[in-house]
Design a protein around this ligand. Sequence first.
Ligand code: ATP
Length: 424
Amino acid sequence: MNIYSETMNHLLYVGIDDTDSSEGMCTTYIGSVIMDELKDYGFQTEGYPRLIRLNPFARFKTRGNGAVSFKLNLKSKTEYGKAKKFILDRVEELSELEHENTNPGVVFYQGKITPELEAFSLKTIRNIVSIDETQKLAEEIGAEIYKFKIGRGIIGALAAIGCPLKDKTYELLAYRTPENYGKKRKIDRESVEKMDGKTYPQTFDNVDGDYITIEPHTPCPILYGIRGESPDAVLKAHEMIKSYEPVERSAVFVTNQHTDLHLLKAENISQMERFKCYIVRGIVKEPPHIIMGGHVIFSLDDGSGSVECAAYEPTKEFRNIIKELRRGDDLRVYGGIGEKGTLNLEKIEILDLEKVYQTKNPLCKCGKRMKSAGKGKGYKCIKCGRKLRKGTKNFFELKRNIKKGFYEVPPSARRHLSKPLVRD
Ligand code: ATP
């Protein structure tokens, strides 16, 4: 099928996904190479390419579940044929097709972004979607799909074209030269700290203590990624970064990263399902406890049911806040429910803190605090020997070490879609 239409506008949306494996490559890189090469051949691109993050719980994701799309302004039907052939050839050449779990999909679309297409994209970000339903929608709206192997990538490819971006951020991705793939990245740390100092909060999540957050820790082609509020901000920051290895190319993507687009407002706890991300309010039922691996767990209840919430070890100092929660605290939590039904916390809002009391034995007339005389036997003073048959314990309100308000995980543990508080 060739969807080029003389009557429609000649804007062609191209979506690409599922080209990489955990051993290498990256769909953003393939997208950048293809866009650069198309420009070299005289094709006109329109706007910024998109990097759209999808459901973090999608089963077959490699890493951050990102898909890419871009727009071409075509001058003729011949250009459409050439562009399509070129894109498909390059996706085939550059993808890690030998890996079982790499199933690239490419989508070409010339129509309008319809409400159905937007709804499909949101579903792909917030739910699990099948290849069949993607194919059905593509047919309905007249999008052309191209599948390599089982072509699971058409899901993300179509979603990346249709994703509404009311709120958006930008990411500048700088790519390594192939001879450096898999080697330790050589980014000048001081330059990153300086850049952060000069550009934050227009750029964010650059550093986290000693940790350079812009640097990935996988064998992918990315040297670093700078996230920010505008193309200008990320480009300016990019110019400030020194690295002791060459940058092969760079590209600015417009993205749904850090917009909270993945979060659904749950009506109540019992309605929540696995593999979805939510905002939900409840009362701390079981206070926090630490489990093996340093993860901190507590349970939240709203009368309809309860959910176990976790601040996992990588969330570092965020766990210190969670450890301070007590039974009865009123919270709004933000996070995703994984395989085991535990809600993985991204941030919390403490709406109200329960009063916490310490009980002490009564004071003796002599001023000494009395001791228990045994179960049901009242109290006795070990200093003056006085006995008290029926005494009541004294209650003392304890100072809470946390305050009402928002708390979030540190940048190094932040999910791609999770909105940092600095963006509110
Ligand atoms: P990277 O971030 O390095 O590009 P990735 O983590 O994006 O890799 P992919 O290799 O793209 O992972 O694999 C994710 C696969 O899951 C793709 O085929 C994509 O179409 C599919 N997918 C994405 N979201 C969903 C979803 N909500 N339901 C079902 N499948 C999905």
